[in-house]
Design a protein around this ligand. Structure first.
Ligand code: PXG
Length: 470
């Protein structure tokens, strides 16, 4: 068999891809017809495809390549570790230096008394771990009925059966008989969509208080934990009103509910601090980490838990849970090198002090575009709500996502990777993006918005879906 390399013609690679490769979250037949874009290399914030096009990756892969592409130090760390000890497990009373060093480093970085790390290979796996951890914790404290985990509609916590059940994505629940039992949901703090006449402050309080109502409805003695992302990522970059998190914290404290903060997207500088929990002054009992932990250079995830939880679990005999690759030495070595770079190069501070303010100013100006109803951003994660009627914050008459997809396709054609979630457009660029690259990104965003507006006008899609009575 001849080797499959970057030098094969694009069409041949696409045909092989269509024949044998099943893509995540993709309509396979439609993609097979169109052909997938083949990415061949990347440097900094720029991807190169098999046609030689240079694409600005304003999504940092899938919200993960925080230090940017092409950092050879990470490749060297992986090679060194592979040569020294490519694999050993952390079961059966063994350990190794990369897992020890990474656990210690994470304990230093995360807030509060979260000093204990359980490793996984992804955010989904880490959240599966969290389901088992919180239930086992309460059972170990003689409260086995405290099993229910409260989450939020439109949350994303992964795609395993546990992760997808914790998430509040209807389209995911509809496939495969989800959610699993003992998960409940409250509404998301999406003021733009649901706030009506309330101020963002009032609305944030109202949505947080739903948690208290849900706990009362289910019974405090039945609820184990509440899980949430500081800022919902895959749900459309929904930045909560300032009043939201302090209320959530108060409610979890008052009712003995563990607070699981999913930092898979918000962690490692994305919001301008090391963690979203720092940005919003949240005190988690458990944090979920992945993505930016290794900047996507190697698969790794983690649950970081408080002293109290770790002590309770430690004194309850075996915790019957773990993955072959928990704390994989190569992933751990790569993550450590990534954390060294983030720290020593002051990347997180630079986001907070320079890059985020620079982008924020330009992002806010997009609210003047006729198609943009809201331009929201925190740190380097932002979204634009597209609308046919700004003052009413109205959705389009067309099916949700129709216009978003048009815009996403123009972005792609303009060599800009920007994601759409329904009719919201998302950016989450590598944290090392320069001012020149931000200017280029903004140029392409505006061009794509202009083209979208022209297209939807010509196709009769520039119509509000909100009738006068609704
Ligand atoms: N929690 C959060 C908050 C996430 O965003 C996960 C958990 C799951 O992580 P893994 O590593 O198992 O994928 C995620 C992942 C998208 C998109 O298109 C978002 C994610 C993954 C894939 C696609 O927005 N987030």
């Amino acid at each position: 068999m001849s080797a499959i390399t970057n030098h094969l013609p694009t069409a041949e690679l696409q045909a092989l891809d269509a024949a044998h490769h099943m893509h995540p979250f993709t309509a396979g037949a439609e993609l097979a017809e169109k052909g997938a874009r083949v990415i061949t290399s990347a440097q900094g914030v720029t991807l190169t495809d098999s046609e030689g096009e240079q694409i600005l990756d304003a999504m940092a892969g899938l919200w993960c390549v925080n230090i940017g592409y092409g950092r050879t130090e990470l490749a060297e760390a992986a090679a060194r570790q592979m040569n020294q000890l490519p694999y050993y497990n952390t079961f059966f009373q063994t350990t190794h230096v990369p897992a020890i060093a990474l656990a210690k480093r994470l304990a230093e970085l995360v807030p509060g008394d979260l000093n204990h790390v359980f490793f996984a290979n992804s955010g989904s796996e880490a959240n599966d771990t969290n389901i088992r951890l919180v239930r086992h914790y309460w059972a170990s404290k003689d409260k086995p009925d405290k099993k229910i985990i409260i989450s939020r509609h439109n949350a994303y916590h992964g795609s395993t059966i546990g992760g997808a059940s914790l998430g509040g994505m209807g389209a995911m629940h509809a496939q495969g008989g989800l959610p699993i039992p003992y998960i409940a949901y409250i509404d998301e703090p999406n003021w733009y969509q649901d706030g009506g006449e309330l101020s963002p402050y009032e609305f944030g309080l109202e949505r947080a208080r739903q948690l208290e109502q849900k706990i009362a409805e289910l019974g405090e003695d039945k609820v184990a934990a509440f899980i949430a992302e500081p800022v919902q990522g895959a749900g459309g970059v929904i930045i909560p009103p300032d009043s939201y998190w302090p209320q959530i914290q108060r409610i979890c404290d008052a009712h003995e509910i563990l607070l699981v903060v999913d930092e898979v997207i918000c962690g490692f500088g994305r919001t301008g601090n090391w963690f979203g929990s720092d940005t919003y002054a949240i005190r988690p009992d458990i944090m979920t980490l992945a993505k930016g932990l290794s900047s996507g250079y190697a698969p790794i995830g983690a649950s970081v838990v408080s002293d109290e939880i770790a002590d309770t679990i430690a004194n309850a005999g075996d915790f019957n849970h773990g993955y072959t690759y928990s704390g994989h030495p190569v992933s751990a070595a790569v993550a450590l090198e990534n954390l060294r770079i983030l720290d020593e190069e002051g990347i997180v501070d630079k986001v907070r002090k320079e890059t985020a303010p620079y982008v924020a100013k330009k992002w806010a100006e997009l609210a003047d575009h006729p198609l943009v109803g809201e331009a929201a951003i925190v740190g380097l994660v932002g979204s634009l709500a597209l609308t046919p009627d700004k003052s009413a914050r109205a959705p389009f008459a067309a099916d949700k996502g129709t216009v978003g997809l048009v815009c996403r396709d123009f972005c792609f054609a303009n060599n800009l990777v920007m994601r759409h979630v329904g009719d919201r457009m998302i950016i989450s660029p590598p944290l090392i993006i320069s001012e020149t690259e931000i200017d280029l990104m903004m140029e392409r965003v505006v061009m794509s918005l202009d083209q979208t507006l022209a297209r939807i006008k010509s196709e009769g899609l520039y119509i509000s879906g909100r009738s006068k009575t609704s």
